[in-house]
Design a protein. Sequence first.
Length: 278
Amino acid sequence: MEECRNQSGKRQAPIGVFDSGVGGLTVVREIMRQIPEEPIVYFGDTARVPYGSKSRSTIIRYSRQIIRFLRTQGVKAIVIACNTASAYALDEVRKELDIPIIGVVRPGAKVAAKVTQNGKIGVIGTEGTIHSRLYTEIIHEIRPEYEVLGRSCPLFVPLVEEQWLKDPVTEEVASRYLKELQDSGIDTLILGCTHYPLLRSTVGKIMGEKVTLVNPAYETALELKSLLQKEDLSYEGEEPADKYRFFVSDDPTKFQKFAEWILPCSDAETKQIRIDEY
Ligand code: DGL
């Protein structure tokens, strides 16, 4: 009986999601769409963004602090929404946790390996994600013979944050970044950074309709759904009053604007916290 109550308490706990800033909201958006009943606590490290150009050891240290904070919020599972933090920190922090944790890299890589027809896959992401080669490693675990080509596109993040999604400047930048991938004959391209799904139509236009674009945010939400079912952690009960809670490490104004822009429901208040105290 006691155990039964404990389990139902766990089911009602929120999912913890974190990212270096606003970009992880693309993952939150997919979770809201795929499993709308799940409460979410989100942390965006807006004071220390970008993660994409930082070292592995720094990203691991930041991720540990954020996980300590999320645990104070009683989360039942954690999603690392940031590709760079998934690539650098997931394996390290997973060993230290007694709740499920997933990143965005493995779900994206698995789907890319499944959908490619010619075994040539492109990955775009931050310098950190591409340098880690994790997408390549996971694809090679599944199909060692596949060719994986990586390209970092650092200017995409600020362009998305300016909301210049279909702007001629963005199109020009994207054409330059994607030229080599276009010529390489890939038939699948992983949008391996939180911000890039918002550039889907620009990237799609340049790569052409024969190239399948993989959105790791979408695949991660699906993986989270089956993980919660497997662990008997899927939400059950009345909708809680504070279903979505957002926290950031810098002034919340810009974050809130971005959230209003991309989330289906973003009326929750965003609070600023001192992440270095965790
Ligand atoms: N969230 C990061 C990622 O997906 C992109 C922004 C950054 O560099 O921090 O890799």
